[in-house]
Ligand binder design. Structure first.
Ligand code: NI
Ligand code: MN
Length: 225
């Protein structure tokens, strides 16, 4: 059973029976994160896109842990140019690793690093470990192809942004959950700053009203799936 731990914003650690992952490790400068990048112990770093609140401490964590960054080609090559081990993928492509499978999906957003380097297309991430599939949508607006992603993948847990402004807000994220039909939904990308203030309990009430399970996972809280 994989264990998911929320680090705040869009950052999560996933621990499976054979590997440890960190997704979008924005810790340094993250007003809600308590964990320090230097304390993170992982084997892989998964990135949805290049924005600073997602790329975050990825390169430092990858180098300190001799971990491999898995991301869209342009962003992976950027991390590689800074000395990280990388495995580039691209949208619609997946790869079966010894630990399981990673596939990138579309996401409607942008992707540029803080130094202005183009990060390729932004992505969502399907991570399958121990026979369970996690969908981290990345930063995205609502899109109808979420229905296809849900039809083609039995999603056990979906991590969906609800903060509005840069991504889906609550109303759109509820619709996303209806399209994806995941077994469980956890909200992300809210309350890091005032501009993405949202009530996660309101989101959970609304998805439960649609017959979808989910829960708010607090920062440093975990969920086993
Ligand atoms: Ni972004
Ligand atoms: Mn973001």
């Amino acid at each position: 059973m994989p264990k998911l731990t929320y680090l705040g914003h869009a950052a999560f650690i996933v621990e499976s029976s054979s590997a440890r992952f960190i997704i979008d490790p924005f810790l340094t400068g993250n007003p809600v994160a308590t964990r320090k990048a230097g304390d993170v112990k992982v084997d892989f770093v998964l990135l949805s896109h290049a924005h600073g609140d997602h790329l975050g401490d990825a390169i430092a964590i990858a180098k300190a842990n001799d971990a491999t960054v898995i991301a869209a080609n342009e962003l992976a090559l950027y991390c590689g140019s800074k000395g990280a081990k990388v495995h580039p993928l691209h949208i619609g492509g997946g790869f079966s690793f010894p630990f399981g499978r990673v596939k990138l999906t579309i996401a409607h957003h942008g992707s540029v690093t803080d130094d202005g380097t183009y990060g390729g297309e932004p992505a969502g991430i399907l991570l399958t470990v121990d026979g369970k599939t996690l969908y981290h949508s990345g930063d995205t607006g609502l899109f109808l192809d979420m229905q296809l992603i849900g039809e083609m993948n039995k999603i056990d847990v979906a991590l969906l942004p609800i903060g509005d402004n840069y991504t889906m807000g609550i109303v759109d994220a509820v619709r996303a959950a209806e399209l994806l039909k995941p077994g469980f939904v956890i909200p992300m990308h809210y309350n890091t700053w005032d501009v993405i203030k949202a009530d996660p309990d309101d989101f959970i009430r609304r998805i439960r009203a649609k017959g979808i399970q989910g829960q708010v996972v607090p920062v440093d809280g975990s969920y086993q799936y």
